[in-house]
Ligand binder design. Structure first.
Ligand code: PMP
Length: 439
């Protein structure tokens, strides 16, 4: 069942010599030959030449269905006409005007109208930058040094929150009171002491831990991980009630979960956090981040009349290309488009369950909005620990086999669907999975 690594790697190498050559070229001048670690995959990364609709073409001219979707950012696919038109019209106005433009308020209004919890908003350049600024914001507002986050949740790459995203089993501590483990070397000394790690879906433990740290805890960061972990809406409501009772700021990471629906994950479960931050689709494919929330909290950033002790800056924040592409993207996500994506999601979800069950491979399929993921285990994926039980070796081989069959995915964020896809693409990837499992 499923070819060996050796067989798959040999086949992949013979199909992608130009990608190999490009990788070799980059090796002397970039660590690992790569611009970022997320692009690494055995036996060498795949280099893309161009994209159109829901397809990508690699340097060897091979065509792929794009289920990676630039880490979920390209919900309209590549070259969406409204995005191209918006960006072309910005090109004519100029690059980097170094002053506010009318687009900012337009985008702020678009987001505040979709998210009732978001009254005011500021723009940044990435999800990472957003969560970094939010951490500072919540410490400044609350006067408390600590923040809490959930084990297995990634909020961006920085010292304030990159803890226990993917801790080793030995370091992670008990599952009901996980230890805070710095994910990387080189993080600020003691950074883990200011981060308290919570287990998904374990109410009693979460309550116990938060009460224990009540006096020093300013905020709880939360990503509902729709389509990636099975976190019932009840748990999110419980967390909202508890943080409110304990006087902690609830921060929602909607960088990926915004795909859950018109008003993001929070709209789909009916929970209003105090602060939210965004990224990915909100920039229509351009680098983006945004921080929003209750006006009384956001107004600490208003230094027009007096200095409130906190400034937020960034040369490229809210640049006109990002805002124009993001606005065009959000406006294109009409109820019809979201229904279309949801229909494809349901078809892929049901099809995957069928295909894995026919092949006798234990598998958990999860989905929400336009994200579908699968974990090769018989345990429900309720938290980071249960996700660890997934057969990573088999998952890796299936991913490579799919790439050979022209199905492009990116690890960690499941299968991400885009507007140009139809039932043909969904049925195509299902057949490819079925073939892969039978080989
Ligand atoms: N939060 C979540 C849930 C993410 O998945 C990511 C990136 N994959 C980030 C934050 C960080 O966003 P960025 O890569 O734009 O810095």
């Amino acid at each position: 069942m499923v070819k060996s690594w050796e067989a798959l790697e040999q086949e992949f190498r013979s199909l992608t010599p130009r990608s190999r050559a490009q990788w070799e070229r980059g090796k002397p001048v970039m660590p690992g030959g790569l611009i970022k670690d997320a692009y690494w995959s055995r036996p060498h990364p795949i280099y893309m030449e161009r994209g159109d609709g829901c397809h990508l073409w690699d340097l060897d001219g091979r065509k792929y269905v794009d289920f990676g979707n630039h880490h979920t950012a390209m919900i309209l696919g590549h070259n969406a006409p409204e995005v191209i038109e918006a960006v072309e019209s910005e090109l004519k106005r100029g690059i980097g005007l170094g002053a506010p433009t009318a687009l900012e308020a337009e985008m702020a209004e678009e987001l505040t109208s979709r998210f009732p919890s978001v009254e005011k908003i500021r723009f940044t350049n990435s999800g990472t930058e957003s969560s970094l600024h939010v951490t500072r914001l919540v410490r400044a507002i609350s006067g408390k040094p600590k923040v809490a986050k959930f084990e297995g949740a990634y909020h961006g790459s920085h010292d304030a929150l990159e803890h226990s995203v993917s801790p080793s089993e030995e370091a992670a501590g008990p599952s009901d009171s996980p230890k805070s483990v710095a994910d990387w070397k080189g993080m600020a000394r003691g950074s883990e002491d200011d981060v308290v790690v919570l287990p998904y879906n374990q109410r009693e433990s979460v309550e116990l831990i938060l009460r224990e740290h009540q006096d020093e805890m300013g905020a709880v960061f939360f990503d509902g991980k729709p389509g990636l972990f099975d976190v019932p809406p009840d748990f999110t409501h419980f967390l909202r009630d508890l943080t409110r009772e304990l006087g902690m700021i609830m921060v929602m990471d909607e960088v990926v979960s915004i795909r859950a629906g018109h008003g993001g994950y929070q709209g789909s479960v009916g929970v209003e956090p105090d602060l939210t931050y965004f990224g990915k689709i909100v920039g229509g494919g351009f680098p983006v981040g945004a921080i929003g929330g209750r006006a009384d909290l956001m107004d600490i950033l208003d230094s027009t009349e007096s200095n409130k002790g906190l400034r937020q800056s960034g040369t490229f924040s809210g640049n006109n290309f990002t805002l124009a592409a993001g606005l065009a993207t959000l406006r294109a996500l009409t109820p019809e488009v979201l229904d279309h994506l949801d229909g494809l999601r349901a078809r892929l979800h049901a099809g995957m369950e069928e295909v894995f069950s026919r092949a006798g491979v234990p598998c958990q399929v999860l989905s929400s909005g336009s994200i579908v993921s699968f974990h090769l285990t018989d345990q429900p994926i309720r938290d980071f620990r249960s996700a660890l039980s997934s057969d990573k070796d088999l998952f890796g081989r299936i991913t490579l086999a799919l790439l050979i069959k022209g199905q492009f995915t990116q690890q960690g964020l499941g299968f991400s669907l885009s507007r140009p896809m139809g039932t043909e693409e969904i049925d195509g990837v299902l057949s490819a999975i079925e073939e892969t499992l039978a080989e």
